[in-house]
Design a protein around this ligand. Structure first.
Ligand code: CA
Length: 237
């Protein structure tokens, strides 16, 4: 357990030196060891060789943009990645493409929020590593024609495979395990994203739900699986 005594290592890929300096200063104060890369190529190189616990990745970067950096990292590593973005269009792209990023944070971000998200993402990635191989094979979950197979991370509807991003899959499988229970956006952020006591932006829940519907439902406007309880949240039945 000596690893827990060591500092967690974070790679900050950021070309705006003012942001980089502030972020690194505060992460170091919070007990993290940081390294900086000022462009996409350097970021990718360091990510692949540096043994980091988490990567904070800007999108608009010289030499190689954050999306490509992320894609290349994911060919080799499962290190948690948080995108830092200033634009709504970029958020849409992050959620829509299966880039394998774990999270995003919108600029300008508060440092407390950044640190909360870093903690949550590192905790999640560690618990996945610890629990996955030792657990007995989890059984499949069925909701009528929809079958979720946790052993294969696979979802089918009437036998047809449905391609989901990691977050879409996690949201679906969490709600399907608890069929009929209505979850608020905040509860889903806590359960699926790992943000305990986080009261900030919940739009990533809505975006993920709407993407999930467009993949699961025959008519996303008249859902048969993933329902909205007005003013309360979401549930699966
Ligand atoms: Ca930038």
């Amino acid at each position: 357990m000596s690893e827990t005594e060591n500092k967690k290592r974070i790679l900050v890929v950021e070309d705006e030196s003012k942001i980089a300096v502030t972020v690194i200063y505060n992460l170091q104060r919070a007990g993290y060891a940081c390294e900086l890369a000022c462009d996409g190529e350097e970021g990718l190189k360091k990510a692949l060789t540096g043994n980091f616990d988490l990567i904070l990745l800007d999108i608009m970067l010289p030499k190689m943009n954050g999306f490509d950096v992320c894609r290349h990292i994911r060919e080799k590593l499962a290190t948690p990645i948080i995108f830092a973005t200033a634009k709504a269009e970029e958020i849409d792209k992050i959620m829509g493409l299966d880039l394998g990023a774990d999270d995003y944070i919108t600029k300008p971000f508060s440092l407390n929020e950044l640190i909360a998200r870093i903690k949550a993402n590192i905790r999640r990635s560690r618990s996945e590593i610890v629990t996955t191989p030792t657990e007995t094979a989890p059984s499949t979950i069925s909701v009528r024609g929809l079958v979720i197979d946790p052993a294969k991370y696979q979802v089918t509807r009437d036998g047809e495979p449905i391609e989901l991003t990691k977050k879409e899959y996690e949201l679906l499988s969490f709600m399907a395990k608890n069929q009929g229970t209505v979850y608020s956006r905040e509860q889903l952020l806590a359960e699926v994203w790992g943000y305990d006591g986080f009261y900030g932006d919940t739009s990533s829940v809505d975006v993920t739900v709407s993407r999930l519907r467009s993949k699961l439902e025959v008519d996303a406007g008249k859902p048969e699986y993933l329902f909205t309880k007005r003013g309360m949240g979401y549930y699966i039945k």
